[in-house]
Design a protein around this ligand. Sequence first.
Ligand code: AMP
Ligand code: MG
Length: 481
Amino acid sequence: MQFNPRYPSLNPKLYHHQMPVPLKGAKAGHFNEALANQLQWSEQDKAKWVEICSGQKTFTEFEPLAMVYAGHQFGQWAGQLGDGRGLLIAQILDTNGQTIDLHLKGAGSTPYSRMGDGRAVLRSVIREYLAGHALNALGIASSNAVGFTSSTQGIQREKLEPGAMMLRTSDCHIRFGHFEWINQYQPELLTEFTQKCIEWHYPECLDAEQPVLAFATKVTQRTAVMIAKWQLVGFAHGVMNTDNLNITGSTLDFGPYGFMERFRPSWINNHSDYQGRYTYQQQPSIGHWNVWQWLNNLVPLCPTDYDKEQWKQDLASCLEHYEPTFLEHYKHGLNQKMGLPSFHKDSFDCGMAFLRILQSEQLDYTQNFIQLQNKQFEMIKDDCLDRRQFESFLTQYENIRANQETDELDAEMVQANPQYILRNHMAQKAIELAERDDFAEVERLFKLLHQPYLKQPDLEQTEDLGPLPSDVPEVMVSCSS
Ligand code: AMP
Ligand code: MG
């Protein structure tokens, strides 16, 4: 590994050094060797992956630390938070020279644990492990993980569950909530901290006339792009609190997430979200709200020679990039999924008409796009109660596609429509087996989701292809993890 320990160069008020506390009876769960290779792990590092991913081995080159941050949770100011159960154990260079954080989740309590036990259970570790892998393979910026370990130590949640640890990777663990903490508790750190964020994550902004404004615009745009991509694959993050969004627009901290099956825009996967703040359809506007909250934290950075009111207006203008960026990516992506040309004035309407059918007929989002891609129109129609609605959609669809380069459009559909997503019941089956020390299903899903756009008949199972029958109860997912 090639170390680049840069977070510890920040003011020590921003973190607390401490070592991981291993769980009893740590054992191998799953190892992502391809990612370890990308992170330039040596053969010796790889041979020790279980020790590293269970907190038994740390590195002399990096002293592990817990970060402090704050946040708005479910729309309310939550005050000080921080890594309550995870430690940054290294920052290393990958084969592209990019610095990647290694963050060990479930490593024991920290000064920021509040009432928590500092642990993670195998169920939630597997869910995050597989989803991070799936999002990366889908082409969506996200944390990932080098590996996870299980243990013989029981951890109390609603019931006693096996404790586990996961070695998460991300290009950034600096959250919107870092800025909120600094402004609330140590405002004198803001200038230097922001400067470091720009140097590390947006060096191209250093040359701008106002680097802070350029940075603010980029963060706004990247967040909008990330959320547009979530919407397109039907991903619902579940807890879009400001402490769970990072400044590089890569997906982070998706505990009670879900990939939507039947198309229900008001779907809530997180049963702890009683008011439905983080439903699938709310994500774009919640993202906007979070960026707005975050931008407020940059108000004190007004340069001395700048008019204060003008500075506020200029920050507000950064936020104005959010909606057009989101719409541009979402519309283009939906057109690609539909196999419709983006330049045609009716393409987006036609895509929306298809979504309305999926919604009113309660059809599976992923599979019906695949059926559209395969031109299995009769199959979709057979599943519709209102066939006239489908027929009028199909007429419009075929009219738009007439006289177009359909080969090119069809090729784009294949790149835009996953054959496989991580359905809750798929993860659940892998979890139940893993709790009995059988990780074969984790391995199968890991492979399947590695190439989500490719049909893999030898690896797939029928249950991967659609929702469970409506009489089977849904898997309940909550914040308890
Ligand atoms: P989350 O909503 O999972 O991102 O967690 C919100 C905050 O609670 C973060 O600061 C976490 O570190 C902390 N937290 C969550 N679960 C635990 C736990 N079991 N022990 C200690 N802290 C936790
Ligand atoms: Mg969090």
